[in-house]
Design a protein around this ligand. Structure first.
Ligand SMILES: [Zn+2]
Length: 294
């Protein structure tokens, strides 16, 4: 009898657990369908990842975002200084592939130029601007081929030195990119994406690097001020960063900034994720708020 009683209670317990799981998954499906709303969007863009150069800083900078569970867009150089292809470094590629697969795809790989060499003086220094369209197309396509052969499908193109011309945009679209990101200069409104002929331009509002001659980095207060300006108007705050700047002090600065942002009404996203949603209308501004339909 005791055995039967215990068996009954086990059946009852099983039923309760099953019901809880069903209710739980129902609640989850409800929340999954509820669009996320946020006052501003935050995107962290890390330029220049490449093998053979300051890899310890690369790992340190990426670890910060992984630990904070904040999405990150990596602007990888396909053929650094025209010396070698990143695909020739299997350990680097498997590291990146592991990152893009881990933790719900928090990290994406974007294409950052082709060789990152200076090719023209346009805009000060440029790899692409000022070159004929067919030359730009060829360089961009070769770079993309390296990344796709390594197993990535980059949606985003980031021109080195943040310089580009109309040909760069045209080439990016032709090669298959949907999102383009340089740095805000004079045109447009910082923090506002612009759609041009089917490609969305989402420029960085500011850079972590303050002075390119000395390599100095903006302070927490300076970065916070730049973020606040975009936040107040409900824009898209893209921060351009370079992994090799991540010494212990810079890591603390960016960590403090992330914690400050987490206390605000923001949605953290990857560039490709935001750009794609902005283009297809699943991410849009409604009555002053960003609505994200996942
Ligand atoms: Zn760069």
């Amino acid at each position: 009898m005791t055995f039967i009683a215990r068996r009954d209670s086990l059946v009852l317990l099983g039923g309760i657990v099953l019901a809880a799981v069903l209710v739980g998954s129902f609640m989850f499906s409800l929340t999954a369908k509820t669009p996320q709303r946020a006052k501003a969007i935050v995107i962290f863009r890390m330029d220049d990842p490449q093998p053979r150069w300051k890899e310890e800083r690369l790992r340190r900078s990426i670890d910060l975002f992984s630990e904070e569970r904040v999405p990150l867009t990596l602007g990888v150089i396909p053929r650094p200084l025209n010396k070698f292809s990143v695909a020739d470094y299997p350990s680097f590629i498997s590291y990146l592939r592991g990152l893009t697969r881990a933790r719900g795809g928090l990290i994406e790989v974007a294409q950052h130029g082709y060789t990152h060499l200076k090719m023209t003086d346009v805009g000060g220094t440029s790899e692409f601007a000022g070159l004929p369209l067919d030359g730009q197309l060829e360089m961009m396509a070769r770079g993309r081929e390296i990344l796709t052969s390594a197993g990535f499908e980059p949606l985003v193109f980031i021109p080195p030195f943040d310089t580009y011309d109309n040909g760069t945009l045209e080439a990016a679209k032709e090669v298959g990119f949907e999102v383009f990101s340089a740095r805000y200069s004079d045109e447009g409104d910082p923090g506002s994406p612009v759609v041009l002929d089917g490609i969305v331009i989402i420029n960085a509002a500011t850079s972590l690097t303050k002075d390119w001659e000395t390599g100095s980095v903006r302070s927490y207060e300076e970065l916070k001020e730049e973020f606040d300006k975009i936040y107040e108007k409900g824009g898209v705050f893209v921060l351009e960063m370079h992994y090799y700047r991540f010494d212990g002090r810079t890591t603390l600065t960016v960590s403090k900034l992330i914690h400050y942002m987490k206390g605000k009404d923001v949605a953290f996203m990857k560039l490709g994720e935001f750009g794609k949603g902005y283009l297809d209308g699943t991410i849009r501004k409604e009555e002053g708020m960003w609505v994200i339909r996942g």
